[in-house]
Design a protein around this ligand. Structure first.
Ligand SMILES: C[S@@+](CC[C@H](N)C(=O)[O-])C[C@H]1O[C@@H](n2cnc3c(N)ncnc32)[C@H](O)[C@@H]1O
Length: 283
């Protein structure tokens, strides 16, 4: 392990290999529960990104770190051909199963691979997309530069990810809660960091949207594999609840009375995950 000098956080940073092992463990353990959630609930997000990058019938594309096929399954309906690439076999198998069930395997193929070293030739694709992956990767700038490398000049790159707050103190608590929830969380990027990584990769951003989603804390923890009786659940819950007054972790949490049909149940904790959508062109 080594220090994490550029995150503004005092948590230790894992080596690339350590992080990859944790990511595989997390997404093997939650392949079903996370996969069911992402494929069912991120349809509008995938369609929004497809519109932003003008996905069309001429495109040959890659969805990297595709997980259960969240983007790839939707993009397959728009493009000529798409490859879903991920390095966690269990979640890729789930993606393949859904694609077969939906009759998409003539256009959608899957490959095991590392998003930091894409197995495609320079300038060979029209479109490269990824969602909710960069915060799990030790070198997100390299991933963005790989996306740029594999698309042709004029080709498009699209990403969706969670967005880190600019304020370093708020970012630190946000990061602490994220890591308690998920040890395979590397770090979220700020708007400014996304912009500079895109520019450094020779990508011109032509559309950018801030779009988060509200959810319950319980569900957020559930898709990461935790139950209310788990220590990690309780630790993250306490920090989240403490952050309500000044929104000091940028999750905009609030309590709401539980369902009237469940008298005596503790109030539900609601939260908001800020997100960023970026569409860019290779110049
Ligand atoms: C939070 S999931 C997102 C999955 C999907 N894109 C979605 O939006 O639902 C993160 C995914 O990134 C994959 N991943 C993380 N680091 C990777 C890397 N270096 N190369 C390939 N896949 C990676 C994980 O295996 C996991 O499936």
């Amino acid at each position: 392990m080594s220090a994490n000098p550029d995150s503004g956080q005092d948590t230790p940073q894992l080596s690339d290999q350590e992080l990859k092992a944790l990511v595989r463990e997390r997404f093997t353990k939650t392949a079903e529960v996370f996969g069911n959630y992402a494929v069912a609930n991120r349809v509008t997000e995938a369609e929004t990104l497809a519109r932003m990058v003008s996905a069309n019938a001429n495109d040959r594309a890659v969805d990297l770190a595709c997980g259960p096929g969240t983007l790839a399954l939707r993009f397959a309906k728009h493009v000529r051909w798409i490859c879903g690439l991920d390095f966690t076999p269990a979640i890729l198998e789930r993606a393949r199963h859904t694609a077969a069930h939906e009759g998409l395997l003539d256009k959608l193929t899957f490959a095991i691979g590392d998003a930091q070293a894409l197995p495609f030739a320079d300038n060979s694709l029209d479109l490269a997309v990824t969602s909710y992956s960069l915060h799990h990767i030790s070198d997100p700038a390299r991933v963005i530069s790989e996306m740029s490398r594999v698309v042709k000049k004029g080709g498009r790159v699209g990403i969706i990810d969670i967005e880190a707050p600019e304020d370093p103190k708020i970012r630190e608590l946000n990061h602490r809660i994220e890591v308690i929830r998920d040890r395979s969380h590397s770090r979220s990027l700020t708007h400014a960091e996304f912009e500079s990584m895109f520019a450094a990769a020779g990508l011109r951003i032509f559309e950018l949207e801030h779009k988060g989603h509200p959810r319950t804390f319980e569900h957020w923890m559930y898709v990461a594999g935790w139950k209310p009786s788990d220590r990690e659940y309780q630790e993250a819950h306490a920090l989240m609840a403490d952050s309500i007054e000044t929104n000091s972790a940028n999750f905009s949490p609030r309590f709401e009375p539980a369902d009237v049909c469940q008298p005596g149940k503790a109030p539900d904790l609601y939260m908001f995950n800020p997100g960023i959508y970026i569409a860019a062109e290779k110049i």
